[in-house]
Design a protein around this ligand. Structure first.
Ligand SMILES: [Zn+2]
Length: 335
């Protein structure tokens, strides 16, 4: 009996740190950290399920080009995800369904005058999304070449009219944040992040609940980076080491709406940073944790049920809080 009480007391003393940093499983030993892929291409956005817009359309055309027929509807749904996974495993990549730098590198196809097919449609769609309007007809003719050169000049690239890796990357980056899903709470990824950055009702923790020091991966740094069009960072002690991740736009929209539509003020303790379970959506920029709602701590009188329901209403598909193992003092909402 006594022993149990002592153990419980010891656990309670540790709990605030352990539970907020390792929501689902215990902290992962440092030896499991993977090396940072320094050689990975920089500057490609990570696009995945739930995203919408020009980058998604381009990915869909490119999947079709590679033989994985996909509707080019600009919505990254289950069908697109399945085809991305098939493509990834055929190319020897981790089949996680996320189109990040390595998958982009295999998906893009060099196109130039005389080329035809779905890769040309992808390029034409991206040119148009960047303001260089061309017919999306899959035929790389003189008009497409002329607009390609105009885009390349504007982007500071060699104006050779050939859409290779550098031009693809510039097209995707410049058009990519047109990922406006439409409806309320619209805006680009950067716009939504700016709202959160400047919103006094969305308090973004500028440190780590574990007490560890990595300024680049705090909740606040993740949002400041996203507002500036930069990728967010994960933490060196996480399962993935320090990686660049793109915050999911639907999650950002949900975070904004929790304030603007539901009137919640809340404190975000982690987004991409911190240590989580090994396959956590945090590491993919698709989850955030909060520990305070309207000035009350989660688990100490805060309206956690209402907040969790609102996360689900705004599209979260994985929501944990008081009553779920490891979540007595924080809420986890993931997209
Ligand atoms: Zn979490």
């Amino acid at each position: 009996m006594k022993r149990g009480v002592l153990a419980a007391a010891a656990f309670a003393a540790l709990a605030p740190t352990l539970l907020t940093t390792a929501p689902v499983h215990a902290a992962t030993p440092a030896f499991e950290l993977v090396a940072v892929q320094a050689a990975a291409a920089q500057g490609w956005p990570t696009v995945n399920r739930g995203d919408k817009g020009a980058d998604v359309t381009a990915i869909q055309y490119l999947l079709s080009q590679h033989g994985y027929a996909t509707d080019a509807d600009g919505i990254f749904g289950p069908g697109s995800e399945t085809n991305v996974k098939k493509f990834q495993s055929a190319k020897g990549l981790a089949s996680d369904g996320d189109v990040g730098p390595k998958t982009w590198a295999k998906l893009i196809v060099q196109v130039k005058e005389g080329s035809s097919g779905n890769a040309v449609k992808a390029a034409q769609f991206q040119l148009t999304a960047n303001g260089y309007g061309v017919d999306v007809d899959g035929k790389f003719g003189p008009d497409t070449e002329k607009e390609t050169k105009a885009f390349q000049r504007k982007a500071g690239l060699d104006a050779d009219g050939i859409i290779g890796p550098n031009t693809w990357q510039a097209l995707v980056n410049n058009a990519g944040d047109g990922n406006n899903g439409g409806g309320g709470g619209g805006g680009t990824r950067a716009d939504l992040a700016k709202h959160l950055r400047d919103d006094p009702d969305a308090v973004l923790l500028n440190s780590h609940v574990s007490g560890r020091d990595h300024a680049a991966s705090t909740a606040r740094a993740n949002i400041v980076d996203t507002a500036a069009g930069r990728p967010a960072k994960t933490s060196p002690w996480s399962d993935v080491g320090v990686e660049d991740v793109t915050l999911n736009i639907n999650m950002l929209r949900g975070m904004v709406k929790l304030d603007t539509e539901k009137g919640y003020s809340y404190r975000v303790t982690a987004i991409a940073g911190g240590d989580h379970s090994s396959t956590s959506r945090h590491y993919r920029g698709r989850a955030f944790d909060i520990d305070t709602i309207n000035g009350r701590r989660v688990g100490s009188g805060a309206d956690h049920r209402g907040f969790m329901a609102a996360c689900r209403q705004f599209g979260a598909t994985e929501v944990f809080g008081p009553g779920d193992a490891g979540h007595s003092t924080h809420i986890h909402c993931a997209w």
